[in-house]
Design a binder for this molecule. Structure first.
Ligand SMILES: *[C@@H]1O[C@H](CO)[C@@H](O)[C@H](O)[C@H]1NC(C)=O
Ligand SMILES: *[C@@H]1O[C@H](CO)[C@@H](O)[C@H](O)[C@H]1NC(C)=O
Ligand SMILES: *[C@@H]1O[C@H](CO)[C@@H](O)[C@H](O)[C@H]1NC(C)=O
Ligand SMILES: *[C@@H]1O[C@H](CO)[C@@H](O)[C@H](O)[C@H]1NC(C)=O
Ligand SMILES: CC(=O)N[C@H]1CO[C@H](CO)[C@@H](O)[C@@H]1O
Length: 432
């Protein structure tokens, strides 16, 4: 069965059904060789591999047989490691190509398949990473994700949360990748909504992060931590009551992680904070009391683009609702040097959020006067006056200007000289 002609002959000569109609063959598969015919069972799987390798027509005929799906699950659930390996290898023939993945989506019960593959996480050897590799391939397909939706919260999600809750018992090497699969599934908004609204899922993430920090420091627990945080960044994009309920413990977790020296961990931690804090005022107070402003200012000085985005958004949220946060900024960012620099960022999101922060902080008595020698007014006026494509930037710059002039009358004079009133008037339409 190494050449194409012979594979075709196998199919056209009814090879699949001849095998399938044979009682002894069928029994060896359904008992997964425990009827004393282990060799036969293995031989059949390997024959399937041989005829399906690089032959999509044969792949289709095999999966389309009504008995194959059940037989495959039977084999995956068997007790024999070699049967596991060969069955996974057979599946891998399918998941390697788009056409093969389409067939899996069409003919197999996907929730059951995910469950069966995740079960391999309980084994300490390479079966775990092989199985997760298959899931990774499958999860790339949108069609797979869409089809998984209906049974996701009842069948699939519990299998993943079980993994998260017992990270010390399952295959550590394959764990980060299994969480990445969950991350892939969370690209589907329906499943992301279900994950995000699942209390057990949040609880499991918190527990797992806790264990990563306490147990076995090292690269494998770092990778796992990184994967879980990535998942949490995306789950916290949703807004729901469960997130509000868990905002306290999640914020607490983040505050501890902000002491990390790992840039990737810090970025994702800030991402979670930037999503969770807007949903929970009490958590904001906790974060501010815990010194979040000082950390943010450090990141704003040295961080990359993504960290800066998350950080400035978090700062905007904190300074909006917390007096203490505003005072912390005024005290620690002398003459707003850090924030002023961000006002010339290329990113409108950063400029918009920075204007928000500035506007909030200018409410602190004396803060506006500290900027008298700077060109803050010109910079804000330029943003308000329409360099920006996004109206949020203009609006926030206008608000910051308003606060500037209200708290320090000397700016009014400058504003008039620069025809600022006219500019402000023209962008007032953006301010509700
Ligand atoms: C194809 O099958 C024939 C027997 O039908 C065999 O003699 C031949 O070696 C096979 N070809 C390959 C490349 O295996
Ligand atoms: C998936 O859900 C459907 C109904 O939506 C149900 O009939 C089926 O049994 C479920 N599958 C599993 C594996 O629970
Ligand atoms: C989070 O979701 C975005 C798209 O919404 C995706 O690009 C990103 O890779 C996801 N990150 C993780 C870690 O899942
Ligand atoms: C602040 O940043 C977030 C993303 O980081 C963005 O969604 C939001 O629109 C920004 N706000 C303003 C006013 O630019
Ligand atoms: C969003 C997400 O987690 N995507 C991941 C999907 O799987 C691939 C392959 O493992 C990863 O590289 C992506 O990061």
């Amino acid at each position: 069965m190494t050449d194409c002609t012979n594979k075709t002959l196998f199919r056209t000569g009814s090879g699949f059904s001849i095998l399938n109609d044979n009682k002894i063959v069928r029994r060896s598969i359904s008992t997964t060789g425990e009827d004393g015919a282990l060799d036969l069972c293995l031989s059949v799987i390997m024959l399937w591999q041989a005829v399906c390798q690089r032959n999509e027509e044969n792949q289709r005929v095999l999966l389309a047989l009504s008995s194959t799906g059940e037989q495959l699950f039977c084999l995956l659930m068997s007790r024999d490691p070699e049967i596991h390996r060969q069955s996974l290898a057979l599946l891998a023939i399918y998941t390697q190509t788009e056409m093969g993945r389409d067939m899996v989506n069409e003919y197999l019960d996907l929730p059951e398949l995910v469950q069966a593959l995740l079960r391999f996480m309980d084994f300490p050897d390479e079966r775990a990473s092989t199985a997760i590799g298959l899931l990774t391939d499958l999860a790339q397909e949108e069609r797979f994700r869409v089809q998984l939706r209906s049974n996701f919260s009842t069948v699939v999600l519990p299998s993943f949360t079980r993994l998260l809750r017992s990270i010390e018992l399952v295959n550590a090497a394959a764990l980060p990748q299994s969480i990445a699969v969950l991350g892939n599934l969370s690209l589907d908004t329906v499943m992301r909504g279900q994950m995000s609204a699942c209390e057990l899922c949040w609880k499991a993430c918190l527990e797992a992060v806790d264990k990563c920090q306490v147990h076995t420091p090292g690269s494998s627990s770092r990778d796992l931590l990184f994967a879980i945080l990535g998942l949490m960044v995306n789950l916290s994009l949703e807004q729901n009551a469960v997130i509000q309920e868990y905002a306290g413990p999640v914020t607490h977790m983040c505050m501890a992680l902000l002491n990390s020296k790992d840039g990737g961990i810090l970025t994702r931690t800030m991402g979670i904070l930037s999503h969770v804090l807007p949903q929970c005022p009490i958590a904001i107070e906790d974060a501010v009391t815990g010194g979040v402003v000082k950390k943010i200012l450090q990141f704003l000085k040295a961080g990359g683009q993504t960290t800066t985005l998350y950080s400035i958004k978090t700062l905007a949220v904190c300074t909006k609702s917390s007096l203490q946060a505003r005072e912390d900024v005024v005290m620690q960012d002398k003459r707003f040097r850090i924030l002023m620099k961000l006002l010339s960022s290329e990113s409108e999101l950063i400029v918009g959020n920075t204007s928000l922060c500035l506007g909030n902080c200018l409410e602190v008595p004396g803060a506006a006067s500290s900027l008298l020698k700077s060109d803050i007014l010109k910079v804000l006026l330029r943003h308000a006056g329409g360099d920006a494509k996004k109206t949020a930037v203009q609006k926030n710059a206008a608000i910051a200007l308003g606060k500037l002039c209200t708290s320090e009358p000397r700016y009014m004079v400058e504003l008039r000289q620069l025809h600022g009133i006219e500019i402000l008037n023209s962008c007032m339409k953006y301010v509700d």
